[in-house]
Write a protein that binds this ligand. Sequence first.
Ligand SMILES: Nc1ncnc2c1ncn2[C@@H]1O[C@H](COP(=O)(O)OP(=O)(O)OP(=O)(O)O)[C@@H](O)[C@H]1O
Length: 459
Amino acid sequence: MPPKKSQKLTPFNVYIRWRPLPEEPGATEIQKTQKPGDEGHLVSLSLPDASGSSTGRGARSWTSAPSFAKVFEADDNNRSVYDNVVSQTFPRIMAGKTCNFFAYGHTGSGKTHTIVGYDHEDPQQVGLCLSAAKELFQNIEGLNGSAEPDQKLAVGLRMYEVRKKSAFDLLNGHTECFVREGQDGKVHIRGETETLEGGKVRVKPILVVPCWSFEELRTVLEKGLDLRATGTSTVHDKSSRTHAVFELEIVNKALVEARDAVIERQAELVPHGKFATDVYLEENTKAYISNPDVRGGYMVNPDYTINQGRIDAAEAIKREYEERLELAEAKVQEIFATSQHPCLGGKFVFVDLAGSEYYDQKSSTSAAGSKQTAEEKQEGRQINSDLFALKEVIRARSSNQTRIPFRSSPLTMVLREHFLGSEDGFSAMILTVSPTADQYAATMNTVKYGNLVAMAGGS
Ligand SMILES: Nc1ncnc2c1ncn2[C@@H]1O[C@H](COP(=O)(O)OP(=O)(O)OP(=O)(O)O)[C@@H](O)[C@H]1O
């Protein structure tokens, strides 16, 4: 069903999705109502007291601001969520923009069901990420008809989990990668340093797997998903403690090769950069000698003259390799500038955020309770600070602040390029919530966070 005309589309929309009541004996439902308004939908939640009274002393209730773009009920399937939330963003993707979609909710509330789905055969139940991939392939197949082989479009898939301060590459054996800001001001997610022949040093970024058909992408994605679950008996507990990121980018062979060349040129530069620094330090170490009687404790060595020629020669070689890297980077830019398809680089980013049970807006401790181990508590604090940072980034962007606090957490650092790429794009958060009475606190926690995000996002 296409979205209704009245549905608003602001730069950051927040949706609510109720999951069905689990078929457990004795499961009771909270009372919930929603009211559409000009500014958005408001929701009211209430939990009657033990006597069943909604007004008694033990009863609880809360009403949100009119901040939600739409509320999906338990009988709305994944197709309906896709049609209303994701499909409308295709013109932006096909114009080369980035659109971000976050799912946030308590463990078991339906985040993974929404983002990837558990039934990949049923078009009504397949998750948003695979539905988007399918529609992407339908769009690019038409454009590929007469294109030159290296201009043919494909979908590049990257998927990784962010846990504490690291990212784990789901398309590369769950390799641990580090999230760092480079000298170029960009955020890089790279694995361990590999030393290659000739002293070359390579740090591989998170893998992008170019897929040339929907079936290929689905197979690659499913293999990656298997890694998410490996080695844990309590998959839900574990998956709830990570943020899983799925990126689908429109690429072509020329772009993939040009980006690989940048990695290769970076690897070549490392030993020459190191050699130039070593030569400079060596010459300067010889040129000064220790003397405790002079100010600063060092004086010029009268027996040594700095070999400036040696320093300059090492610097010249380093500069040569820097220029090779600059050329490789310029090639990537040129591919975008000369592409016959403006959709090149268009990107969907789907994020299955860590469980809302970890977020406690009032304290720096986790809301998941005292049963946690010390490690889990530490993870909980990190998740809490990630989610707080995400809200602050959304707030800063929507109020056009010049300084956006991306550096506040590893999650916002990895999302930086996507947020920056989504100028003229679109971002949305889907709050997945359970109607069961014993999940009332968790549901409230999720909806309150989403309410803050919606208000911060200006929707
Ligand atoms: N809207 C829904 N419709 C039908 N089934 C749902 C829905 N939401 C969740 N479920 C079912 O509930 C179960 C738990 O959902 P899911 O694994 O998506 O939760 P989650 O929020 O990702 O949990 P975790 O954070 O622990 O990974 C799954 O079996 C899923 O199919």
